[in-house]
Design a protein around this ligand. Structure first.
Ligand code: FE2
Length: 418
């Protein structure tokens, strides 16, 4: 596949990109814009970059909002209650249908790799079984990582630990946890230690729903980071949400950041979910409840963004568009300086790929030819315009092609607005 007139991130020049047998074979700077030859794809000065990565979503729960009841309070805890009502209705066909529809939404918006959490506090483990089957079926089409996620507690739910281990034996890639939801602080700490033991036993990655609460005394992050540091597996460990960090005392945070940096763990923030679920017990002022994305990034700690939910008991909106999530994050976390804009896409691409430990990710000769082309020339424009994905290519094959949106007629059209 030959592409001309593409822009690459952090370059203003035009580039030609060639692929063969599913890999990038040549990336060369053009001396100016060229007229495409027969068979070449004309990127028309638009940005060609690595595909987006969804590092945190719940495919087993997606598209179930209102079934059988809506989450009226908007709290995380009512979300868990509503999900408990929905769980007995789960079947393989039901999960498969909704997961596929959700993956389709993500692919339409430039995603080619997904980490999904799947509830293991269900004695049938139907979610894990179904998603593991789907992962194999879609292996050539999308990278799917499955987190064994004990929604109702690893130690507080009856047989939670046994079910977690069974999920790993069935093929889950990542060990999950939810220490702040265990009955006591002691159980929370013990759950973190247990899940790290499991990760080492099964040679798995780790991704913990950690301190997803406004309680400033919820401090399981320090436990996770220190255990990861002592085990020497920090780069394989992810702390998701960490919304309590929003409410931590700054002096404590200053000390904590030293440990986080040393441990090498990764962070996922889900800003649309957190701004909706957190701060629900505040009157005014009302906390934003989103972790310190900007400060983590400035400290050189890997942080990325996920959607968490699409139309489920915790969050009833969402459309698969990570650029929307990024837009929220830039506002909520006050990352609206020019330098923030120029590297914005890191938060939904490179940083997420690092979190998932994806190999061969990125636009570089020798890597698998996985990329997208967006309707805009750079990070800033793509973010501001909330650009559509015009082309998505996987292993050199087009998996999505879209025409740029165009107004047909209007008395207000006087020039091409960019
Ligand atoms: Fe989540």
């Amino acid at each position: 596949m030959d592409i001309v007139n593409a822009r690459l991130r952090h370059h203003s020049d035009y580039f030609s990109i060639n692929t063969a047998n599913g890999y990038f074979t040549e990336i060369s700077m053009q001396s100016g814009r060229v007229i495409p030859k027969e068979g070449q794809y004309d990127a028309q000065g638009n940005l060609l970059c690595a595909p987006f990565v969804e590092p945190h979503i719940h495919l087993d729960a997606a598209l179930t909002a209102g079934e059988p009841e809506w989450n009226q309070s908007g709290t995380l805890f009512e979300g868990i209650e509503r999900w408990r009502q929905r769980k007995p209705m789960l079947s393989a066909d039901d999960i498969r249908r909704r997961a596929l529809s959700t993956i389709e939404l993500l692919v339409q918006n430039g995603v080619q790799a997904i980490r999904t959490h799947v509830d293991t506090t269900d004695p049938t483990l139907i979610g894990i079984r179904t998603l593991c089957e789907l992962r194999e079926e879609l292996r050539d089409k999308i990278d799917l990582q499955i987190v064994a996620f004990p929604q109702d507690g690893l130690l507080s739910f009856p047989d939670g630990l046994t079910l977690q281990e069974q999920a790993l034996q069935l093929g889950a890639d990542v060990v999950g946890g939810i220490p702040h939801f265990e009955y006591t602080r002691d159980l929370g700490v013990e759950s973190v230690k247990k899940l790290l033991e499991l990760a080492q036993k099964y040679d798995c990655l780790v991704d913990v729903h950690c301190d997803e609460i406004d309680d400033p005394s919820s401090r399981f992050l320090e436990v996770l980071a220190s255990e990861a540091l002592f085990s020497g597996i920090g780069h394989r460990v992810t702390a998701s949400h960490t919304t309590a960090m929003h409410s931590y005392d700054n002096a404590y945070c200053s000390k904590l950041f030293g440990l986080l940096k040393k441990s090498g763990i990764n962070f996922v923030s889900c800003p649309t979910e957190s701004i909706h679920l957190q701060g629900r017990f505040d009157t005014y002022p009302k906390r934003r409840g989103v972790t310190r994305v900007k400060e983590l990034q400035e400290a050189g700690i890997n942080v990325c963004l996920g959607q968490d939910s699409i139309f489920d008991p915790w969050y009833s909106l969402g459309n698969g568009k990570l650029l929307r999530t990024l837009d929220f994050a830039m506002h909520i976390c006050q990352m609206m300086g020019y330098k923030d804009y120029t590297k914005a896409l890191d938060l939904i691409s490179d940083n997420s790929a690092k979190t998932l430990g994806l190999e061969g990710y990125g636009v570089a000769v020798g890597n698998p030819a996985n990329f997208i082309i967006l309707d805009g020339q750079d990070d800033y424009t793509v973010l501001r315009k909330q650009s559509d994905v015009l082309l998505s290519v996987r292993r050199g094959h087009i998996i999505l092609e879209r025409e740029a949106a165009k107004v047909i007629s209007s008395p207000w059209i006087h020039e091409t607005a960019d």
